[in-house]
Design a protein around this ligand. Structure first.
Ligand code: 4AD
Ligand code: MG
Length: 434
């Protein structure tokens, strides 16, 4: 049994007799032949049970096994041009390891979203969900490779935090011993700013939490974010880093998963081929003009909502970078543009095809007095930010960074309607199970 043979490695065993371990995904029969689709987590293979090749008991059983029976199947690996993986298994023996205690709830018919979400733990066994999770893994790996290859150090940010980073309205509060309460982190950014002063180029990569009351297809209450932060970098450098990261991730995923994206997820992969740097850049002010021309009632100073983002992004064949937002709508830590104090040195990256914002970030305020004033103006408690102000007290330097949401990237790359399919066990306002 060990080392086991996996379906993904089957080509190396052509002409040999092997034993596979997996689950019965589907089956059909034509009297003398039973066709079993067996999956083992690395792939799916068709196992052909011919009456003349097995005992009568095995032949009889093969026609009655329920979906998701766990199996050991022994047979000859044969080339087959019609198979998506190029091979099938000519069965010699077959053993049911465990039969389902009751019928698997997700048979081969259409199911509603609410039911699928309740059945998320079982839904993961579908080929479609397996592909999405593999793409997610590749997105995470590509992100790590990108930063590791550029001399960044991974610095883990805490999950329990004493203060808000992205506004007080989306904080999750947890009781915290004698200290009263803590919040689940909305962003590791403030910690990365301190770490960048120690290590120069850093990133954190972990789960972040927002008590989002919006039930949109882009919002989760728990999502994963990568947040780089670089000392001595300005907004221009930050924007170059953003576009290089996005292009790297998309091209790495495409190189590895083009066939699965196209065949299983029915993604138009030609739309991803163009995702190469440089990306178009427009100011917030220019974006407002584009949105107004398209007939949307919006004035300077308003937030660019989901529909408006789509209007801006649909003008391009790759992500667009919108920079210099009104300072009043951005968080307290943004540096204001020295050329125009009404705008912040921030940038959002909007993905095409209606996917919208995948990155937010910018240059940080590095002046102690200005930052103190911004914290007061935002109504935040200064004591909680004393440590953060130290970043400006001891050799303050220009610095910048950003946050990219993994789920929104995966949704865009896979062409999914909703972010709930991009994370193994999604957490949303109305869902905390399974
Ligand atoms: O634009 P945001 O709020 O930026 C920050 O948190 C900064 N502190 C990051 C930084 O500069 N270090 O969030 C960044 C990204 C968004 O562009 C989006 O991709 C994702 O995080 N995001 C969400 N993804 C899923 N569900 C949500 N509720 C999200 N909120 C933000
Ligand atoms: Mg944002």
């Amino acid at each position: 049994m060990f080392p086991p043979v996996y379906i993904a490695d089957i080509a190396a065993h052509e002409g040999q007799e092997v034993t596979l371990h997996g689950w019965l995904h589907n089956r059909r029969s034509s009297g003398k032949l039973h066709f079993l689709q067996v999956r083992d987590g690395t792939g799916v293979i068709q196992c052909v049970v011919f009456k003349g090749n097995v005992t009568p008991e095995v032949f009889q059983e093969a026609d009655h096994l329920p979906q998701e029976t766990s199996l050991a199947v022994t047979g000859l690996v044969k080339k087959d041009a019609r198979s998506p993986i190029g091979f099938e298994l000519d069965v010699k023996d077959l053993r049911a390891l465990a039969k389902p205690a009751r019928e698997f709830p997700l048979g081969h018919k259409e199911h509603g979203v609410a039911f699928l979400m309740e059945q998320r733990h079982n839904w993961l066994r579908s080929q479609r969900q397996a592909v999405i999770l593999r793409v997610r893994h590749s997105v995470v790996k590509a992100i790590r490779d990108f930063f590791d290859g550029r001399g960044f150090t991974l610095v883990d940010a805490p999950v329990f935090t004493p203060s808000a980073c992205e506004g007080t309205s989306t904080l999750f509060e947890v009781p915290y011993f004698d200290l009263g309460k803590a919040y689940l982190t909305q962003s590791g950014q403030l910690y990365m700013e301190a770490a960048a002063m120690a290590l120069g180029k850093v990133y954190c990569f972990g789960p972040t939490f927002r008590a989002e009351k919006s039930k949109t297809r882009r919002h989760l209450t728990e999502f994963w974010m990568v947040e780089p932060e670089v000392a001595f970098m300005d907004l221009d450098g930050d924007m170059e880093l953003m576009e290089q990261l996005v292009a790297h991730v998309v091209q790495a995923v495409l190189a590895k998963h083009e066939r699965e994206l196209r065949d299983v997820l029915e993604r138009d992969v030609s739309k991803l081929a163009n995702v190469k740097a440089p990306f178009p850049r427009i100011t917030y002010t220019e974006a407002v003009e584009v949105i107004q021309k398209a007939g949307h009632p919006m004035k300077w100073g308003d937030d660019i909502g989901g529909d408006e983002e789509t209007v801006v992004a649909s003008a391009y064949d790759r992500p667009v970078m919108v920079h210099r937002y009104p300072a009043a709508m951005k968080a307290f830590y943004f540096k204001k543009d020295p050329q125009d104090a009404n705008v912040a040195l921030g940038c959002d990256v909007l993905a095409p095809e209606g996917y919208g914002e995948i990155i937010g970030g910018g240059q940080r305020e590095d002046d102690l007095a200005v930052l103190e004033a911004s914290i007061a103006q935002a109504g935040l408690p200064k004591e909680a930010f004393e440590w953060y102000l130290d970043v400006r007290r001891y050799g303050s330097v220009p610095h910048a960074g950003f946050g990219m949401g993994v789920e929104r990237c995966v949704a865009w790359i896979c062409g999914l309607h909703h972010v709930r399919e991009t994370i193994p066990f999604p957490r949303m306002m109305e869902r905390i199970t399974p």
